[in-house]
Design a protein around this ligand. Structure first.
Ligand code: DAK
Length: 258
């Protein structure tokens, strides 16, 4: 377990990294220190050869957005010169799957980070929103772009223009989250899913993630070709033979990443 000032990271023998945002008194508001440490923690998880990353928040929030106290006196020059908050995007660039375990508030930048995760598991009491409009700004790390691709224009406009919050049930209905479970079960559910994914062939998992993400970024014909090329490629590896042999032998597969 590595403890930073604003977060903690634990990478288990099972290949699952658990990254916890840890400023509970400020509802895990995202400040500069946390952003820098977040990037360091992602590097640490990569060095530790984590196979899946679970991201959660300590206390009653996933994250209530960028730290408003830190942002209030920033100028246009400060924001553009330092490109504040850009490092969060590193989460979306990880090659391994990421699972967001959302307990409580995921607002503003917190909702945007949640949307960078590949799978989102929310507790019944979670709430999501892009309330930046009420602060005289707009979302800045995906809240107008990823959100629109995920839920469509009608829902995205409603959330971004009114700043209203949606509860977990509505977030599930509009396709923003993958699963809703009881608040007490959020982390366990996420860790169980992470362990399951970590047990599969790493190359197949990477191929699956790349292909699904590709769907947002290419015309269907290109996406289908990309998928087919990856599909063919997996027949180059021992894990394909092992997975299919295990099925036919009625035994669990022993993937070796070979
Ligand atoms: N920043 C700083 N402190 C926060 C905070 C935040 N976003 N959210 C909560 N806190 C602090 C509160 O000030 C309070 O501190 P104390 O008064 O105890 O010292 C403590 O956390 C507990 O909060 P509350 O007392 O307000 O708790 P409640 O249960 O009454 O309300 C709430 C919970 C989540 C509804 C409320 O705290 C709230 O509305 N929070 C603000 C939510 C919000 O507006 N979030 C959006 C922030 S703007 C960029 C990219 C992205 C962004 C910016 C730039 N670039 C690329 C440059 C992102 C912007 C945002 O996220």
């Amino acid at each position: 377990m590595s403890t930073y000032d604003t977060l903690s990271l634990a990478v288990g023998d099972d290949g699952v990294a658990l990254l916890t945002l840890n400023r509970p008194d400020a509802l895990n508001a995202l400040n500069s220190t946390m952003m820098r440490e977040f990037a360091e923690a992602l590097d640490e998880a990569t060095r530790a050869e984590a196979r899946v990353l679970v991201l959660t928040g300590a206390g009653r929030a996933f994250a209530a957005g960028a730290d408003i106290a830190e942002m209030r006196d920033r100028t246009f020059g400060d924001m553009t010169d330092a490109d504040h908050l850009s490092l969060w995007e590193r989460l979306a660039q990880l090659r391994i799957p990421t699972i967001g375990a959302v307990n409580g508030f995921a607002l503003g930048g917190g909702c945007e980070i949640a949307m960078m995760c590949d799978v989102l598991i929310a507790g019944e009491g979670a709430s999501f929103g892009q309330p930046e409009i009420a602060l005289g700004i707009i979302p800045g790390i995906g809240g107008t772009q990823r959100l629109t691709r995920i839920v469509g224009k009608a829902q995205a406009m409603d959330l971004v223009l009114t700043g209203r919050r949606v509860d977990a049930a509505e977030a599930h209905r509009i396709g923003l989250v993958s699963r809703v479970v009881s608040d007490a079960d959020v982390l366990d559910e996420a860790l169980t899913a992470a362990r399951k994914i970590a047990g599969f062939s790493a190359r197949a998992v990477r191929a699956a993630k790349e292909c699904v993400l590709r769907a947002d970024q290419t015309p269907l014909s290109e996406g289908l070709l990309f998928e087919r090329r990856w599909f063919h490629s997996l027949f180059a590896f021992a894990d394909q033979t092992e997975g299919m042999s295990a099925f036919l032998d009625k035994r669990p597969a022993r993937f070796t990443d070979g």
